[in-house]
Write a protein that binds this ligand. Structure first.
Ligand code: ATP
Length: 221
């Protein structure tokens, strides 16, 4: 599904990634670990096309996309949940979901899903959001905002979800809700690449990979 080959990235003259290669298969959940500054955000941003200057290849479903702008990558099925969430603070929960809604092109023989049906699926994953559809995003807790940020990205009907530290700074109970939603999404066939330090996600990952100073470190046996 996603294949990153020999990816390097630079902020001006400062190199942040050094020849990183990884793959995420269909329906796989891969957790990307690493200390602050190791390059996790840079890697995710480079995959979605919002990062700094890069060299190397990014293939999504076999198509090289490294020179594509972010919106084209999103149209192809990449969803990105940034660390800072980037919600529309003055819009309600419902409007945050609706502005992102996109009707995906159905695969051969499949009936297209309407926006209302997709919204229903997303709210089933995050029941807490259903109870606050009219609330402004600015009036939600950090964990609720994180759920909304994930839910909003799901409204774009991605087939691979990139998440940047979804559990950071969030109350344990909501971390569990987020974990359960992500596991349910994997069960539904969504592929996930998650930058995360919280072991609650790594414990369930198909693979855990570790970045150290911009390079992948070999897994400890
Ligand atoms: P964190 O968990 O703190 O976000 P991270 O693993 O996601 O850490 P990155 O944010 O990708 O790491 O940072 C990787 C390297 O790139 C660091 O040395 C960082 O200082 C540098 N860097 C990140 N963003 C920029 C930027 N906008 N301009 C210059 N250097 C940057």
């Amino acid at each position: 599904m996603l294949e990153v080959q020999n990816l390097s990235a630079w902020y001006g003259a400062a190199q942040a990634l050094f020849g990183v290669s990884l793959r995420v298969g269909a329906g796989e959940m891969v957790v990307l670990e690493g200390l602050n500054g190791a390059g996790k955000s840079t890697l995710l941003q480079s995959v979605i096309g919002l990062g700094p200057r890069t060299q190397g290849q990014v293939l999504f479903q076999g198509t090289p996309i490294e020179s594509w702008p972010a919106h084209r990558r999103a149209q192809l099925g990449l969803g990105y949940v940034p660390e800072d969430r980037r919600l529309f603070a003055d819009l309600s929960v419902l409007d945050n979901l609706r502005v992102a809604a996109r009707v995906a092109t159905p695969k051969d023989g499949q009936v297209p899903i309407t926006v209302a049906q997709r919204q229903e699926q997303v709210l089933e994953l995050f029941p807490a959001l259903r109870a606050m559809l009219k609330r402004r995003a600015a009036e939600m807790s950090g964990g609720e905002q994180q759920m909304l940020s994930i839910a909003r990205t799901l409204m774009t009907a991605p087939s691979l979800l990139l998440l940047d530290e979804p559990c950071e700074g969030i109350a344990p109970l909501l971390v569990e809700s987020i974990r359960d939603a992500l596991l349910a999404l994997r069960k539904q066939g969504l592929a996930l690449l998650i930058a995360e330090q919280n072991a609650l996600l790594a414990d369930h990952a198909d693979r855990v990979i570790t970045l150290v100073a911009g390079q992948l470190s070999e897994p400890v046996a």
